[in-house]
Write a new protein. Sequence first.
Length: 293
Amino acid sequence: MAGKREFLYHQLFVGAEPDGRLTATNRLLILVIILAVAAAALSTEPLITGEWHHVLLISELVFGAIFLLEYVARIYAAAEVPGPGTDWQKRWRFIRSPLGLIDLLVVVSTLIPFITADAAMLRTVRLLRVFAVMKFGRFSKAIREISSAIGERADDLIVTMALAGVLLLVGSTAMYMTEGHLQPDEFGSIPRALWWAIITLTTVGYGDASPITPLGKVFASVVALCGIALVAMPTGIIAAAFSDAMQRRRDEKLEELRRYLEEIEEEEEVIEERLAEMTRPGRRRRPLPRKDK
């Protein structure tokens, strides 16, 4: 039993082979997650009826069973997690962890429509199955690197968001004062003008509302130009932080390689010293022990 538990721990928690490749179980789980999310998206299409709808229902049940089996296996293998506590304490710790709660949410949201009646509210509950895609977090080092990069540059991003908020408020106020009396439906209040400011600042520009006065057009141009800069700023901040994280990762690998080469050199020096002692002139060889006849 201990051998099976260690195998499951390596496949589900460690998740990677010594060469860095994902384990076979994790590769299979990634495929299942992709198919489950695709089935959840297709199940919202009302034109899919009849036989194909039945296929989607069966596939959802199969995916739910797979996620349930994975969840039970993780609870069982959690006893192998290094750290203090008994086997059941470690398992309870995993159940309460964020990854354990995500796994539980995926299982419940997948299987609950098959347990109770398929009421209108449960059709929205079925959409929670897209939480399966969150399980990718444990498979991707890139996601962890991005999260770390965002955390390191949190102060810079907060300042950028604050500038964006100030610009939105100033822009919507200016449009309310210049266009509110002429276009009350679009700019009759600051909250109404705020919709236009958000669309303009993010460079989307639906075109459902636009200024008609010269002064309003000037304010709109300023907001649009500032929007280009504010959209580019967080992108550059995150890209720079991500580049720094990748560089640190490469430096760590180079440092590990350097230490490994130093250890090899030390071992070679020890071997050379021993060989020199063995070949030193005048060194007596120890007689071999005789075997009793």
